[in-house]
Design a protein around this ligand. Structure first.
Ligand code: NZQ
Ligand code: ZN
Length: 392
């Protein structure tokens, strides 16, 4: 295990009706003038925004609103939010929605108190400071409710990039699994896939003797496999939704990623797909992960064989461990297809003729000076092109 720091100061309020506590929580963390930030309407239709306003009113907290965040959130609304926060002297940003809303809120919170262009953060500048952020999560997926990350698409070139920093870790996050019961099956499955991807990105490591985090990750993927199946059979299953919601947080606040190198090749390769074709991030990952793992399998056959046995129930073939390793990758692929995820480029709306461009942007776009991606296997443009071809 390698040396590490772990800092995850978010306060979590979990369970039924907890959104009614948001006024008190904003107050606890010093907010007086709040920007309520939300998406395309699901939080209004469900009555959640009204409950949030009610709670803020009861706590005597002033607020303004900015809705309209799109999935794969865009820079245009971030600039609008920054102007609004400055003009209205907002001192707290409250995100009500999924990863897209939370990421947009994080960008606004960081950009509002930064003199330069907020996009600097998405080109590698660490986010030290931001307005305090609270979240009320409505979809278990991205893990942004507990992470110090934000992913935004710049409309100038449709480039999707991430920023990071302790400044944008939410002060509090409210996780009420009931709020996720209105999610359609497809969106639910996209969330399950994203959570599994966050776990694999950390599992695929070159660090030795990381048994505790290996075992935690395996138990979380196993949980997603079992609870994911339950929720796809009954979208209103509260207990399954609750387990998935907490797993989504644990998968991405990095408690299972400490002391080890991580991969993130699948995410980098997927981000090009959701940027260009505006597909759901989880759907893109469902197609990307099996291709990346198939390509990288020979780099560490025993690691892929280990997860195949411990999570996917494959029998270890000691004479031919590569067979076991590849069976595990196929079991993952079958599971993702069984919950309704796409299985190839065409089902995603992606085009073969774009492969060279996708791979080029992935490896060389927007400030990537090394021309390489991946912490598990170092991948150059030709490798990434080959991976996209495995998705055809
Ligand atoms: O906009 P509304 O109307 O709210 O509809 C949303 C949206 O269309 C809908 N939805 C959310 N909660 C709902 C609901 N519909 C009915 N009932 C509910 N309770 O779901 C759709 C997708 O929402 P979105 O926020 O885009 O989903 P998700 O949470 O999967 O976020 C995806 C974004 O997060 C980024 C992804 O790249 C993508 O842009 N990621 C962020 C990360 C982070 N900050 O740490 C890490 C991830 O790897 C990921 O890259
Ligand atoms: Zn993700």
């Amino acid at each position: 295990m390698e040396n590490f720091n772990f800092y995850s100061p978010t306060y979590f309020a979990f369970g039924k009706d907890r959104e009614r506590d948001c006024g008190d929580l904003v107050k606890k963390f010093g907010g007086n003038r709040v920007l309520i930030h939300y998406g395309g309407g699901s939080a209004i239709r469900s009555g959640l925004i009204d409950r949030v306003k009610d709670s803020l009113n009861k706590a005597g907290i002033a607020f303004i609103e900015l809705g309209g965040v799109m999935p794969n959130p865009r820079s245009g609304l971030v600039y609008e939010g920054i102007d609004l926060c400055r003009k209205e002297k907002v001192d707290f940003v409250l995100a009500v929605g999924g990863g897209s809303v939370i990421d947009s809120a994080k960008a606004i919170a960081a950009g509002s108190i930064y003199e330069g262009d907020f996009w600097d953060f998405y080109q590698g500048k660490f986010i030290e400071k931001a307005l305090p952020i609270g979240t009320i999560l409505t979809i278990a997926a991205a893990g942004s409710e507990g992470s110090g990350d934000s992913v935004i698409t710049n409309e100038n070139g449709m480039i999707k990039r991430g920023a990071t920093g302790d400044g944008i870790r939410p002060k509090f996050s409210i996780l009420n699994p009931e709020l996720t019961a209105s999610l359609p099956a497809y969106q639910t499955a996209c969330g399950i896939t994203d959570i599994i991807a966050h776990l694999y990105e950390r599992y695929l490591t070159n660090s030795k003797d990381v048994e505790v985090t290996d075992r935690l990750i395996e138990s979380l993927i196993l949980t997603m496999k079992i609870e994911g199946k339950k929720v796809m059979e009954d979208l209103k299953n509260y207990q399954a939704r609750a387990n998935i919601m907490w797993a989504g947080m644990v998968a991405h606040n990095n408690i299972v990623g400490v002391g080890r190198s991580q991969d993130w090749a699948s995410h980098d390769i997927e981000h090009e797909l959701s940027a260009l074709y505006d597909c759901a991030h989880g759907a893109g990952l469902a197609v990307t992960m099996p291709a990346v793992f198939t390509y990288n399998c020979s780099h560490d056959i025993m690691r892929f064989a280990q997860i195949a046995v411990r999570v996917w129930g494959c029998q270890m073939d000691f004479a031919n461990p590569e067979k076991t390793a590849r069976e595990g990758i196929e079991a993952l692929r079958s599971f993702l297809i069984s919950i309704g995820m796409p299985g190839n480029f065409e089902e995603l709306g992606a085009k073969e003729e774009d492969i060279e461009k996708l791979a080029h942007t992935c490896c060389h776009g927007n400030g990537n000076k090394s021309g390489k991606i991946g912490g598990f296997v170092s991948l150059e443009q030709k490798d990434v092109e080959a991976i996209y071809r495995l998705m055809l």
